[in-house]
Design a protein around this ligand. Sequence first.
Ligand code: NAP
Length: 321
Amino acid sequence: MMSDPPIFNRLALIGVGLIGSSIARAARAQGVVRSIVVTARSVATRARVTELGLADQVVDTSTAAVAGADLVILCTPVGQCGRIAAEIAPHLAAGAVLSDVGSVKAAVVADVTPHVPAGVHFVPAHPVAGTERSGPDAGFAELFINRWCILTPAERADPTAVKKLAEFWTALGANVETMSAEHHDLVLAITSHVPHLIAYTIVGTAAELGQVTRSEVLKFSAGGFRDFTRIAASDPTMWRDVFLANKDAVLEMLGTFSEDLSQLTRAIRRGDGDALFELFTRTRAIRQGILSIGQDSDAPDFGRSHDRLPPVPRPYAAEGE
Ligand code: NAP
């Protein structure tokens, strides 16, 4: 039986960290492109990508990477996309699909669109998948399986280009959904950006507390704090750019969040157990909903493995045992 032909001939990735390297691995594993060319900003990353053998070609500049590519994906922090688009624009092949993976969409659309030459199809995308790790070693081919990839094409976007990019992401295991860039930013503000901000805040606050010593915070972190520290370990550059680029939606969601937090504060102050119980019951149901649509594992304690119980010293063991 003949296997399906590749969806694109030549894939160019600008930036090859967690997301870029995962795309390279998955695209190769699935045979959805004939060849892969990548570039990154630093010599060290380019050398590491060569060592890992993630691409057919590793080049020094973005302009060299895009030459002859029919799919170009920007996989850098969102703040870099406009500048890179300006740089590569004159070198993009006619008919190429230009995309990105940024966690914020409206700002990327505003920064990139003015540079897109006629005949090149810009289809912004956001694979909603990731970990707190960065760099080419952090990526893996399975990252996008059963995760959403949101496309935010302009209304006038070329339907064939959108369809081909959707097929590409589907082949990488993702479920593809299309929405406006503005709606994407609002949805992601509450599902991803504000939760990250809360994690950054609470980890920062705990680290500054006087009464509870720093070593105690670390020692007893399994009481909930530890899971915030994982999120708060996410890449500082990426997340700085996310909050700068999605300012309005984040501020809107933070407003609502602050009101809810005030209500909860009041319930605690007044000893209103019913209010607390009602909220915690509702949130538990939301968690069940996430599990039932397969967006997380049901394993307790986030699937961490647990040590065996230690043998109990038995000074009083009965004789003969
Ligand atoms: P990452 O692991 O830190 O990798 C970023 C890559 O971009 C590196 O290869 C870096 O090169 C390169 N880069 C940075 N500035 C550049 C420039 N000016 N020119 C060329 N290359 C440049 O980041 P990531 O986690 O893959 O995130 C990349 C994008 O994916 C971001 O826009 C982020 O919003 C989005 N995203 C991230 C996640 C997540 O959970 N991490 C999830 C979905 C989407 P050097 O190594 O040489 O510096």
